[in-house]
Write a protein that binds this ligand. Sequence first.
Ligand SMILES: Cc1cc2nc3c(=O)[nH]c(=O)nc-3n(C[C@H](O)[C@H](O)[C@H](O)COP(=O)(O)O)c2cc1C
Length: 406
Amino acid sequence: MPVFRYKLSSRPGPLTVEDYRARARRAVPDMVWAYVDYGAESMTTMDANRAAFDRYMLKSKVLTGHEATDLTTTLAGQDISVPILLAPTGAAGLSHWTGELGAAQAAERAGTLSIVSTAASYSFEEIAAGTERGHFFQLYPWADLTTGRHDLTHAMMKRVEHAGYSGMFVTVDVPTHGNRESEQKRGMGNPPVLTPKRVLDAALRPKWWAAFLKHQRMSLRNLIDPGERAGGARTAMKTLSRQFRMMRPELNWDDFAWMRENWDGPLYIKGVLDADDAERAVGLGADGVVVSNHGGRQLDCAVAALDALPAIADRVGGRAEVLLDGGIRRGTDIVKALCLGADGVCIGRPYLYGLAAAGPDGARHVVEILKSEMRRAMTLMGVANLDDLDASWLIPAGAPVPIVGR
Ligand SMILES: Cc1cc2nc3c(=O)[nH]c(=O)nc-3n(C[C@H](O)[C@H](O)[C@H](O)COP(=O)(O)O)c2cc1C
C-alpha cells in the first residue's frame, strides 16, 4: 500500500469556485471576460452582492447526532438534488462553444436544472433535444408594438411549451440595457468592436479561438428569423441588435397578467427587490419570485440581493417560492440565503467560470463543489435538513453572541 502519491505537478486541480474563476480568466479573451465577469457602472451593486454574505456568521451546535444531511428539494415542481438552479445567462457560447446546452447537461449530471435564456447561443429546441429533463425557460418579454403587443412573446412561449420546458421565468429588471462601461471599453458594446489588438488577444487563446471559429455560436439562436443562416458574424450582429430591441420600458403589470393567462406551467418573476412588487406578482398568480439585481449588471447602486431577501420572504414566503441570486460563490452563502428565507438559489457567473475553464465537466464540478461545501457546512453546524435552516442560525459578523438568561 503506497503511502504517497507522486504527481509531476504539485498544483492541485480546482477546488473552489474562485479557482475556476482564475482558470476561466486565462481561458477566454478579454472581451469575453468583460462580458462575463463585470457589472454595471462602478460595480457597486456587484460588490455589494458579495459583501452582504460576509455580514453574517453561522452558529453551530455540537453532538447533535444527525447521521446524514439531506439537500434534496423540489423547486418549480421539479425534484432536484440540491437547491441550486443554473441562472439564465445569454450568449454562454462565448464562454465555451457548448454554451447553454453544455450547461443544461452539466446541471442534469449534478442532479439539478438550468433556466435557459431567451438570448441563448443554442435554440430552445436544440437544448431540449440534447437533454433528458424538462428545463426552465427564461423570457425576456419582447413587446412588439408594431405587429401586436404580445405576438413575438406568444410565439416564443408556444415554442418552449412544445419543446417540453417545465416552467417560465420572466425577467423584469431589464426595461433598458444596464450601463456596463467596462464591457464597452473592452469592445463588447452593441455592436462589438474588433481591433487588431483584440483579435490578437483572442488568437493567444488558440483552443478558445479554434472552437469559436469552428462552432460559430455567436448568434442568439432563438432570435434568428426563419430562413436566416444560423452561423456567421452578420447573423450574430442582427440577433444582438434584436436582443437590445427586446428591452421595452413600457412593459407593465398588465403584461405580466397576460403572461399568467397564457402560460399554464409554473411562472416565476425574476429581478424583484421590493416586497410590494413581490406581493403584486404573487397576487397576479406568480408561483415564485427570484430576488435578484441581475448580478449587478443592471441598476448600479441597487440593493444587494441578500439584503432585499428577508422582507420579500417575510411577505410572500409560504405562498410562493422565493429564490435568490447574486454573489453566491460558496456553499455557506447558500446556507445563509436559506436561513434568510430563500427556498433555493440560482448561480450565474460560477457555472460560466466552470464552463469557460473546462467545458460542461467544469460547470458540473462547480455545482458539485457548492453542493459538497453546503453539505459540509450543514453537518458542521449540526443541521440535518434544509427546512431546519432559519434566521436563528445567523449571527451578525463581529457581534458578540447574545447572552441569554443572565
Ligand atoms: C454573462 C451573463 C449573462 C446573463 N444573461 C442573462 C439573461 O439572458 N437573462 C437573465 O434573466 N439574466 C441574465 N443574467 C443574470 C443571471 O441570470 C443572474 O441573475 C446573475 O448572474 C446572478 O449573479 P451571479 O453571477 O453573481 O451568480 C446574466 C448574467 C451573466 C453573468
